[in-house]
Design a protein. Structure first.
Length: 582
């Protein structure tokens, strides 16, 4: 890990100024501006179809609103330093008490329909995200200890963020992407949250989807592909160092393929340009194709550990099944389930030895944040059986499964998203190991959108037992999710009752707030260490393992990051600086 990256933990509080045009630094790419060519199509693939075009009701990574907007706001991070720099803002000033940041918005920015981008767009976007009835996944980001972070319009090109207390994530909050007030505002005024939720569904006319980012939707065929085209308005204020408008590409095509094997086949056939294989088998197939001259491509094996998590989560809200609800709420049960997860087998079998075990919510790539002393409930079937016996499961039925004194079998359903072959393999390993200690696990791979719907459901009786899924995102300044740790968070996945059910949840909630308010990086790390210790006691989710990051790309593409930047945090390239060489 480059030491410069960890400067990201230190907030840059000084004001920075720049011209009205944002110039994308040449040091972010191996190519020089004169080498870049205009035109052409970047081809990618995803294994799950999209859920919506609506930016206020998305929860999954890689959603359409993030893609077309570039997922950037007033500020963005410089991948060479990790520091925050002005983006849609041209400068900022911070109040002496560090409770207010006033941003000067870059003039000359336009929405794709020609309307100017102004302070009203941030204000409207913030208001809709913070309406609980909308159900935005960003809702929790705008609150500290239940108190709102507020935005105030000073004038058309000045917006002030007012924080209820000091916030280590202050700039991360300000990095949210705006959406057009002239589109969403009137609907919100007339129809409120319900009106917003009906907007920009997958059947919306692409010409009506307004973007301030690099892309516009050209066409969408469910289950087949999403085609994006360059947004000319974006290029009016986003330039390379030679003054050329960005992005260089004309189009960005995203195919929807059935699984990661199909995705690999598309890459090997030269039909898609980028991929991040997760297994040794996939890596070796790419390497072999390159060596045999069948594929002109580049692959960077073990570029970094993963910047995401893979875990199994149990549902604490099963009022219709008190037996399972009591079981899933037991930390002794969850520890037993952690002991049946053979993480090394996952790394060896699923990721071909190129993976990292996980025992904490902090991603493996964020090494400075990981507490090395956190208890690990490693693979140990004897210990799992002992814990289950302490819960009263000492006998087995005729089929060899554990039962309690009332004859109730220790059995639960486990789901993950169909097409994600790695998660399906992980689930099957868990099924096999659980059977060895007498736990019956019924595995089913289901549609991703159905899975997410179950996970995001709330109330006393949610429609699942256990799910294998993962998270991305999370800040370098504070790696704990504002929508995950607090008990009322949208992604507090194990318990969506809306309140803390375990005292350790309450502790984590309080420590999350303390850490986020601490501006001293070392003190913040200490709080993060303590959080991981409590997480290990509570074990709200069972972390498994993740693949290392192995980006690959077809050599028809230019503009990738220098090797020193390529990692799971920064990716392999900035799409804005990507071009077709041939």
């Amino acid at each position: 890990m480059r030491k410069a990256l960890w400067l990201a933990g230190l907030l840059v509080w000084g004001g920075l100024a720049s011209a009205q045009t944002f110039v994308w630094p040449q040091k972010w790419t191996v190519a020089k501006p004169q080498e870049a060519k205009r035109g052409g199509t970047l081809r990618a693939a995803v294994i799950s179809d999209f859920r919506t075009f609506n930016p206020f009701i998305t929860a999954e990574a890689g959603n359409v609103p993030d893609i077309i907007s570039g997922a950037r706001g007033l500020v963005m991070r410089d991948p060479t330093t990790g520091n925050w720099i002005p983006y849609m803002a041209e400068s900022w000033t911070v109040s002496p008490n560090k409770l207010e940041i006033t941003f000067k918005i870059r003039r000359g920015m336009k929405w794709s329909d020609g309307r100017p981008i102004t302070a009203d767009d941030w204000i409207t976007t913030w208001r809709i995200h913070t309406d609980k009835a909308v159900g935005s996944n960003s809702y929790d980001s705008f609150f500290l200890d239940g108190k709102p972070i507020t935005l105030r319009k000073i004038d058309d090109y000045t917006v002030r963020f007012i924080y209820p207390k000091t916030d280590a994530e202050a700039f991360n909050v300000a990095s949210f992407e705006p959406w057009p007030a002239h589109i969403f505002g009137p609907v919100y005024q007339r129809e409120g949250a319900e009106g917003i939720k009906k907007m920009w569904g997958l059947n919306e006319d692409p010409d009506k989807i307004v973007s301030g980012g690099p892309w516009l939707i050209e066409s969408y065929r469910p289950g087949e592909r999403l085609v994006l085209k360059r947004n000319p308005a974006f290029g009016e204020w986003n330039k390379d160092e030679a003054g050329n408008p960005l992005p260089y590409l004309d189009r960005y095509e995203i195919k929807i393929v059935k699984d990661v094997n199909a995705q690999l086949a598309e890459f090997l056939a030269g039909n898609i340009d980028v991929i991040a294989p997760a297994t040794v088998d996939h890596i070796s197939q790419i390497r072999q194709a390159i060596q045999q001259g069948r594929l002109d491509a580049t692959i960077k094996v073990n570029a970094s550990p993963v910047a995401s998590s893979q875990f199994m989560v149990f549902n604490w809200n099963k009022a219709s099944d008190p037996f399972k609800q009591s079981l899933f709420r037991s930390d002794k049960f969850r520890r037993a389930m952690s002991h049946i997860v053979n993480r090394q087998a996952v790394i060896d079998i699923v990721y071909g030895g190129l993976g990292t075990p996980m025992y904490s919510s902090v991603y493996p790539v964020l090494t400075q944040w990981i507490n090395p002393k956190v208890p690990k409930y490693e693979y140990n079937l004897q210990q799992a059986a002992k814990l289950l016996a302490e819960l009263g499961f000492t006998k087995k039925d005729r089929e060899g499964y554990l039962v309690d004194s009332k004859g109730r079998r220790l059995e639960f359903n486990l789901a993950t998203n169909a097409g994600n072959t790695q998660r399906e393999q992980i689930a099957k390993l868990i099924v096999d190991e659980a059977k060895k200690v007498g736990v019956k696990v019924n595995f089913q791979a289901i549609d991703f959108n159905t899975l997410v719907g179950q996970l995001l459901s709330s109330g006393p009786d949610r429609p699942f037992d256990a799910i294998i899924i993962g998270l991305t995102g999370g800040g370098l300044d504070w790696p704990f999710g504002p929508n995950v740790v607090p008990c009322k968070g949208n992604l507090h996945m194990w318990n969506k009752s809306g309140q803390c059910l375990d005292p350790r949840e309450t502790q984590l909630d309080a420590l999350y707030s303390r850490g986020r308010a601490e501006l001293d990086f070392e003190k913040r790390v200490e709080i993060g260490y303590r959080m991981q210790e409590i997480e290990a006691q509570l074990l709200p989710v069972i972390y498994i393992a993740g693949p290392n990051y192995h980006p690959a790309w077809n050599n028809r593409l230019g503009g990738e990051h220098p090797d020193a930047i390529i990692s799971s945090i920064w990716g392999q390239r900035e799409l804005e600086l990507t071009f077709i060489k041939k």
